[in-house]
Design a protein around this ligand. Structure first.
Ligand code: CP
Ligand code: NVA
Length: 302
């Protein structure tokens, strides 16, 4: 069976654990100067319907460091942009490449690609989820503080794609998650239902101070996600959710601060927090590289 990496809810907790352990081992080997080429002869096609810095570069470097190659595509430059179907695109690319990573808009586009591809498809972010990011985030937490099990994560901001994947992760990795969002910016109900039905201890609220109190890790993200400008709301709605030193001071003394980046400094987070002692945002960015190597290896069986 083709192994797709679509969402954390679609992969078993055991396999996710295996990938994180593998990511850690690969990172250690890289730092020790060991070079391995398990992807020799393998090609990853990457389709971007939205901008990217980290996802694009980390997947590209991951393939190169492990001996593989990449092809960078944008939907607009492909026949996809002239109404060739996703299904046909999936069937054609499957004849050429060994895996496909896609960053796109509607989650249904990702699912259609995976349903019609005979090679692994990896979710590089959709309007709904961002599982590769959360793999890097869990890896980062574990590096700094050990197991996430029973720890309290607090989200303050918009109920977006990154949050949806965090909600799935709370069930898969066993951490508690407080979510504070403005009224009208709640995450999609079915992600909450899935997390709760699968053992996730997720609490939805509207008060950021209540959410962050005694948290082990405080997380936020942009107030306006890519392609979501139509549902952008006045910044005054989000202002109380800004992660600043005052909000951060309510969390545990040794709490970590996470942000998937890019950050909108002065909006969802202040310079003092993102550049301060709690912040691990550049470790998260680095770990995209290592975590994605493990995801690729799991998908490619190498
Ligand atoms: N965090 C993240 O996915 O960044 P990019 O949009 O730069 O890929
Ligand atoms: N929520 C953000 C994440 C960017 C990596 C977005 O979708 O734009």
């Amino acid at each position: 069976m083709t192994r797709h990496f679509i969402d954390l809810s679609a992969v078993s907790a055991a396999d996710l654990r295996f990938m994180l352990d593998d990511a850690r081992a690969r990172k250690a080997r890289l730092k020790a100067g060991e070079r391995e080429k398990p992807f020799e002869g393998k090609v990853l096609a990457m389709i971007f319907d939205k901008p990217s810095t980290r996802t694009r570069v980390s997947f590209d470097v991951a393939m190169r460091q492990l001996g593989g190659e990449t092809i960078m595509l944008t939907g607009a430059e492909m026949q996809l942009g002239r109404s060739e179907t996703i299904a046909d695109t999936a069937k054609v690319l499957s004849r050429y490449v060994d895996a496909i990573m896609i960053r796109t808009t509607a989650h249904a586009r990702l699912l259609e690609l995976a349903e019609n591809a005979t090679v692994p498809v990896i979710n590089g972010l959709t309007d709904d989820t961002h599982p590769c990011q959360i793999m890097a985030d869990i890896m980062t937490y574990e590096e700094h503080r050990g197991s996430v099990k029973d720890k309290l994560f607090a989200w303050s901001g918009d109920g977006n794609n990154v949050l949806h994947s965090f909600m799935e992760a709370s069930a898969r990795f066993g951490f508690r998650l407080n979510i504070a969002v403005p009224v009208g910016s709640e995450p999609q109900a079915h992600y909450l239902e899935w997390a709760k039905a699968n053992g996730g201890r997720v609490t939805l609220m509207h008060d950021p101070q209540e959410a962050v109190r005694d948290a082990d890790c405080v997380v936020t993200d942009t107030w306006v996600s890519m392609g979501q400008e139509h549902r952008a709301r006045g910044h005054n709605v989000f202002q109380p959710y800004q992660v600043n030193e005052k909000l951060m001071s309510l969390a545990k003394k040794d709490a970590l601060f996470m942000h998937c980046l890019p950050a909108h400094r002065g909006e969802e987070v202040t310079d003092a927090v993102i550049d301060g002692p709690h912040s691990v945002v550049f470790d998260e960015a680095e770990n995209r590289l290592h975590a994605q190597k493990a995801v690729l290896a799991w998908c490619l069986g190498s």
